[in-house]
Ligand binder design. Structure first.
Ligand code: ACO
Length: 319
C-alpha cells in the first residue's frame, strides 16, 4: 500500500509586497542587500485578522478540488504550523470545522520549516498501516505575526501563505521513502521564545535568529537527509526529476543542489516571490510547479526541509 498525492492546492494572501515596498514602510534596508543575501524580491503578507486556518482553508479547497474529493470523505487532517490561530484547539480542528468535516482525526504538527515534511511522513505512516485512506496534509503560516519589524535582519525574510495536498491510499507508487530528525540542542539559534501565562506575554514574542549559524546548519542538514532518504530507496540524486527544498534562501538552495550534484534546472525555486513561508513553502512550491506543468505524473520528486528546533527531514515520492 502506497500513499499517493492525488490533489495539490495553495493560497497566498493579498498582493505581492516588494522589497521596495518594505523600504517605503520604513525598514532600513535595500533591495540589493535582500536579493544578494537571500534571493527574495517579494512576499505576501496577510491582513491583520487573517489566520493560518483562513489561509489553510483556501489551499485545502483547491487541493480537494484537484483531487476530486469532498471534505466529508477525509478521515485524517494534519496541519503543520508554528503560527497557530490559538493555543488550543489545534488549527487542524479549526480548519476541519471550516471545511465542514465531522469525525476525521485532526491534529497539528509543530516542526517549524520542516513541518510539512514531518506531516507528510506521519500521514504516510497512517496510510501504510491501513488505518486511514484519505488524508489532508497542510502547511499554513502567518509568520508575519512573529516578526519584529525593528529587526531588519529577520523581518525581510518571511512571508505568509498555505499549501495543501490530498494523500490517498493506492496500489500504485506514491511516497517511496521518508527520513526525519531533530536535535533540540540547537533550539537557541532560531526561536520565538515567548508564551502567554496568566494573561501576560512571558519571554520574547518575536522570532530571533542567529543567521550565520542557521545558514551553516541548514546547508549540511538538507543535503545529508536528502542522501539518507535516497539511500533508503536504493536511489541516487540522478534519479530525482525535481528537488523541492524548503524555500528560505537561494544561497542555501543552490548550495544544497550543488552538494547533491543536481543542476538548478531540476530545482523548484519560489523563495524569490514567496519569501520564507516556513511549513507552507514546500507545498506552495509544489503547487506552482504542478500548475505550470513542470512536475508531471510518474516523475520522482524529493521534498527536503529544515527548520527551528532544529528539525529536518526529506520525503521521496513518485508523483
Ligand atoms: N538590510 C541591510 N543590511 C542588513 C540587513 C538588511 N535587511 N540585515 C542585516 N544587515 C546588516 C547587518 O546589520 C550587518 O551589518 P554590519 O556588518 O554593519 O554589522 C550586515 O548586514 C551583515 O549581517 P550578517 O548577519 O553577517 O549577514 P549575512 O551575510 O550572514 O546574511 C542572512 C544574513 C541573510 C540572514 C544569512 O545569515 C542567512 O541567509 N542565514 C540563513 C537564515 C535563514 O535563511 N533563515 C530562515 C529561517 S531558518 C529556515 O528557514 C531554515
Amino acid at each position: 500500500m502506497f500513499a499517493c498525492i492525488t490533489g495539490v492546492g495553495s493560497y497566498l494572501p493579498g498582493q505581492p509586497v516588494s522589497n521596495y515596498s518594505l523600504i517605503r514602510r520604513g525598514i532600513d534596508t535595500t533591495d540589493e542587500w535582500i536579493v544578494s543575501r537571500t534571493g527574495i524580491k517579494s512576499r505576501h503578507l496577510a491582513e491583520i485578522g487573517c489566520t493560518s486556518s483562513d489561509l489553510a482553508l483556501e489551499a485545502s479547497h483547491r487541493a480537494l478540488l484537484s483531487a476530486g474529493i469532498h471534505s466529508g470523505e477525509l478521515d485524517l487532517i494534519i496541519l503543520a504550523t508554528s503560527t497557530p490561530d490559538f493555543i488550543f484547539p489545534s488549527t487542524a480542528c479549526l480548519l476541519q470545522a471550516k471545511l465542514g468535516n465531522h469525525g476525521a482525526m485532526a491534529f497539528d504538527v509543530q516542526a517549524v520549516c520542516s513541518g510539512f515534511v514531518y506531516a507528510l511522513s506521519i500521514a504516510e505512516k497512517f496510510i501504510r498501516s491501513g488505518s486511514h485512506k484519505k488524508v489532508l496534509v497542510v502547511g499554513a503560516e502567518v509568520f508575519s505575526r512573529t516578526l519584529d519589524w525593528e529587526d531588519r535582519a529577520t523581518c525581510v525574510l518571511f512571508g505568509d501563505g498555505a499549501g495543501a495536498v490530498v494523500l490517498e491510499a493506492s496500489e500504485n507508487p506514491g511516497i517511496i521513502a521518508t527520513a526525519s530528525h531533530a536535535d533540540g540542542s540547537y533550539h537557541k539559534i532560531l526561536s520565538a521564545p515567548g508564551n502567554v501565562s496568566n494573561g501576560k506575554i512571558i519571554g520574547d514574542p518575536f522570532l530571533r535568529m542567529d543567521g550565520p549559524a542557521v545558514f551553516k546548519f541548514a546547508v549540511n542538514a538538507l543535503a545529508d537527509v536528502a542522501i539518507e532518504c535516497l539511500e533508503m530507496a536504493g536511489l541516487s540524486s540522478i534519479d530525482v526529476d525535481w528537488l523541492i527544498p524548503h524555500q528560505a534562501n537561494t544561497r542555501i538552495i543552490e548550495s544544497t543542489a550543488k552538494k547533491l550534484g543536481l543542476p538548478m534546472e531540476n530545482v523548484i525555486v519560489t523563495v524569490d516571490r514567496h519569501g520564507n513561508t516556513s511549513s507552507a513553502s514546500i507545498p506552495l512550491a509544489l503547487d506552482v510547479a504542478v500548475r505550470d506543468g513542470r512536475i508531471q505524473r510518474g516523475q520522482k520528486v524529493m521534498f527536503v526541509g529544515v527548520g527551528g528546533g532544529f528539525t529536518w527531514g526529506a520525503v521521496l515520492l513518485e508523483f
